[in-house]
Design a protein around this ligand. Structure first.
Ligand code: PLP
Length: 392
């Protein structure tokens, strides 16, 4: 039997860096000790206070169907957090709760793109972006960013691809590069978006993982609230990846469209997960700082270890739980470097190539193991890179 075209096109072709992740997992399952620095999963588990609220809610009977855009109290709490963090007046009517940021990304593209439209996104990119856009039947077009420009999006590159486009997807703090978009960058992006009458889909799931200054949302820029859809999540900020709870912030008609979509797809979130989300948000900014603290420390550790390296260049990282390293001076691609590193040192990192063309010749290191383990792994990674130079 034939499957639908949109499914066949969703995954695309090209290099699949996930091979390293699967290989590392297989090695670990076979009893081999591997330092796994591949995926963005915290090394802590969800806080017991959040779990207690989840269990209490489930025991109290919140195990039935839920409807609509999410519990009113939760929508209000999310709206208050967004207003406080970005300064943009936001009400519960601007919020729909989704099963994670990924579902919000999918919904945002579903309600803004028709089949045959073009959806833009910046390269390097989070692995699901092209498939998410293609799943709508639209054409995915990557806008390259450049390492020599700190992987900041450039207005000219966006404008050059904007003809026929309906949306632009950006992500700050950025996965995989760790780049935090500057205010001038966001202003230039906003100008192109307005000039070409695009929707801006702003993925801000790392908004609490910022190593200096405050998080800036492009939704706060003049004329942007009515065309910006912000993707948020408790996955990274509250170490709740498995609870699948996130949201989309958008103008009311967009929230209505996403609610209709949810009625025909996810059917909303479990009530006890929403109550856990409420409990998580009630822990406030101090708790968010506690969850993000280890990544800041480990970013500093990576800077101390790799900042002065001869063969490796650490991409300056302003946020998110990753650092990118340029390995081109070793003469290897990111993929070949990562494969050899796994083989020789039992350290698993993601090849830049799995995040697009712009990150080729790079590796991404997730800062997701204990400090001493990371420090040791970075030392071995450096020695491994140097051994490549001397063995030629
Ligand atoms: N956006 C980015 C940039 C991510 O890195 C991730 C997950 O790693 C997501 C969205 C999806 O997160 P979730 O669906 O867990 O909220």
């Amino acid at each position: 039997m034939r499957l639908a075209e949109r499914v066949a096109h969703m995954t695309g072709e090209g290099s699949d860096g996930w091979e390293i992740y699967y290989r590392a997992r297989d090695l670990a399952a076979g009893g081999v000790t591997v330092v796994n620095l591949t995926i963005g999963e915290h090394d802590i588990r969800t806080d017991p206070r959040i779990l207690a609220a989840m269990a209490e809610s489930a025991r109290a009977g919140n195990t039935g169907y839920t409807v609509g855009a999410g519990k009113p109290e939760l929508r209000r709490a999310i709206a208050e957090r967004v207003s406080a963090r970005t300064g943009v007046p936001t009400g519960p009517e601007n919020v729909i709760v989704t099963p994670g940021g990924q579902a919000a990304l999918f919904a945002a593209h579903m309600v803004t793109l028709d089949p045959g439209d073009t959806g833009l996104y910046c390269d390097p990119y989070y692995a699901t972006y092209p498939g998410t856009i293609r799943a709508t039947g639209a054409r995915d077009v990557a806008v390259p960013t450049r390492p020599e420009n700190g992987f900041q999006p450039e207005a000219r590159a966006i404008a050059a691809r904007a003809k026929g486009a309906r949306s632009l997807l950006i992500n700050t703090p950025n996965n995989p590069t760790g780049a935090v978009y500057t205010r001038p960058t966001l202003e230039a992006v906003a100008e192109v978006v307005r000039d070409h009458d695009l929707w801006l889909i702003s993925d801000e799931v790392y908004d609490t993982q910022l190593w200096s200054g405050d998080h800036q949302s492009p939704r706060a820029l003049p004329g942007m609230a009515e065309r910006t859809l912000v993707v948020g999540s408790l996955s990274k900020s509250h170490a709740m990846t498995g609870s699948r709870i996130g949201w989309l912030i958008a103008p009311e008609p967009v929230v209505a469209a996403v609610t209709a979509l949810a009625t025909n797809t996810t059917y909303g979130l479990p009530g006890y997960i929403m109550d856990a989300g409420l409990a998580a948000l009630s822990l406030g900014p101090d708790f968010e700082a506690e969850v993000s603290g280890p990544f800041r420390r480990r970013r500093d550790l990576a800077l101390a270890r790799l900042g002065q390296a001869n063969l490796l260049r650490l991409v300056p990282s302003g946020g998110a739980m990753y650092v990118m390293v340029d390995v081109r001076a070793t003469g290897l691609s990111g993929e070949a470097f990562a494969l050899r590193l796994l083989e020789h040192e039992r350290i698993a990192v993601m090849p830049g190539e799995s995040f697009g063309q712009a990150a080729s010749g790079h590796i991404r290191i997730a800062l997701t193991v204990a400090d001493d383990l990371l420090d040791d792994a970075l030392g071995r990674l450096l020695a491994f890179a140097e051994s490549l130079a001397t063995s030629d």
